[in-house]
Write a protein that binds this ligand. Structure first.
Ligand code: ADP
Length: 324
């Protein structure tokens, strides 16, 4: 029998579709292993406010098909300070929580690392639409988000084509260009702007649009990753330089919502169940990852020290097949 009797789960940082599937799996796997499961609402902020609820099997019924997180999420400044973390650990102990699962990104894992260092067994699950967690090839929500962006770009492409215009479409990703790169391959685009690219030459982009127009292309799509620069200003510059009507669309939070894809539901559920297995085996300070076709786990310290960049080959492919 495991020594752990009660586990807690929280979602932290940006929400992502599939988090609910992970929560459901944690609750159900926890109960199957004879554990009590508690939900901590609003991430670390809710932990400090003791916003803790009991979760049973029925309380998570059907949530795997819903985007967002039933536990709500938040950012919490107090958790950057030792006193805040000490208080959080005290609240966990007061509620009898001896194992914790944190679903979130790198920032949330730093909080999890601090909790683990104070003696509460803690496991991280990668949850972010941005895919920007170095230790894993999968993060909860990316698949749904990139499919949402792809559908939106298809729709914008239809109207862009009818009006023979140029469309600049801004996708999310914080400081990472994964959504943009996937969309360039999935949708086709005259160009992408991503934070990872060493240099971006606006003149090259304008020349590409002009040369594609000369070859007979009637519409143009530029995908701009959030964080590279203002899409509105870029649209004005492209229109001035090319003489082609250019509109900017910022997809925004639509990419965070919606019913999760099958992949997000299945992978998030697997990671949720895996986190319970880890807690039952006495593990702590681990983060779950998907690498080389397998679910696995790594030390959080090791995971946070890793660096991620876009796949060079994938980038080359996107450039090559994007040519008109
Ligand atoms: P994400 O988890 O998606 O990367 P953030 O970086 O906003 O999102 O982090 C979420 C929360 O995790 C923060 O609001 C804070 O409460 C906590 N956190 C982030 N960094 C640290 C840290 N270095 N130490 C303790 N807690 C942290």
């Amino acid at each position: 029998m495991s020594e752990i009797k009660t586990i807690g789960v929280l979602t932290s940082g940006g929400d992502s579709p599939g988090m609910n599937a992970a929560i459901r799996a944690i609750v159900r796997a926890g109960i199957a292993n004879g554990l009590q499961v508690k939900g901590i609402c609003r991430g670390y902020a809710g932990l400090l406010g003791s916003e803790i609820i009991d979760l049973d099997s029925r309380s998570v019924s059907g949530i795997q098909s819903r985007g967002g997180t039933i536990l709500y999420t938040a950012r919490c400044k107090e958790f950057y300070k030792a006193e805040g973390i000490d208080r959080g650990v005290q609240v966990l102990r007061e509620n009898g929580i001896d194992g914790l699962v944190v679903i979130g990104g790198d920032g949330s894992f730093r909080g999890a690392q601090e909790i683990a260092a104070r003696g509460i067994n803690t496991i991280g699950i990668p949850g972010t639409i941005d895919l920007d967690i170095a230790c894993t090839e999968y993060t909860i929500g990316f698949d749904t988000a990139v499919n949402t962006a792809m559908d939106a770009i298809d729709k914008i492409t239809d109207t862009s084509m009818s009006h023979e215009r140029c469309s600049i479409i801004e996708v999310m990703g914080r400081n990472a260009g994964f959504i943009a790169l996937w969309c360039q391959i999935a949708n086709g685009a005259d160009g992408i702007l991503i934070p990872e690219a060493e240099k971006f030459d606006e003149r090259d982009l304008i020349d590409t649009i002009l040369s594609n127009r000369q070859k007979g292309k009637k519409h143009h799509i530029i995908i701009n990753a959030e964080g590279v620069g203002s899409s509105m200003r870029l649209a004005r510059r492209v229109e001035a330089a090319t003489g082609i009507e250019t509109r900017a669309t910022i997809l925004g939070h639509i990419q965070r919502g919606g019913s999760p894809t099958a992949k997000d539901r299945v992978y998030a559920s697997t990671m949720g169940a895996y986190s319970v297995d880890l807690l039952c085996s006495g593990a702590t300070n681990r983060v779950i990852a998907y690498r080389n076709g397998h679910f696995t786990d790594l030390d959080i310290d090791e995971a946070l020290a890793m660096k991620k960049t876009i796949d060079e080959y994938q980038f080359l492919v996107s450039q090559m097949i994007g040519q008109y």
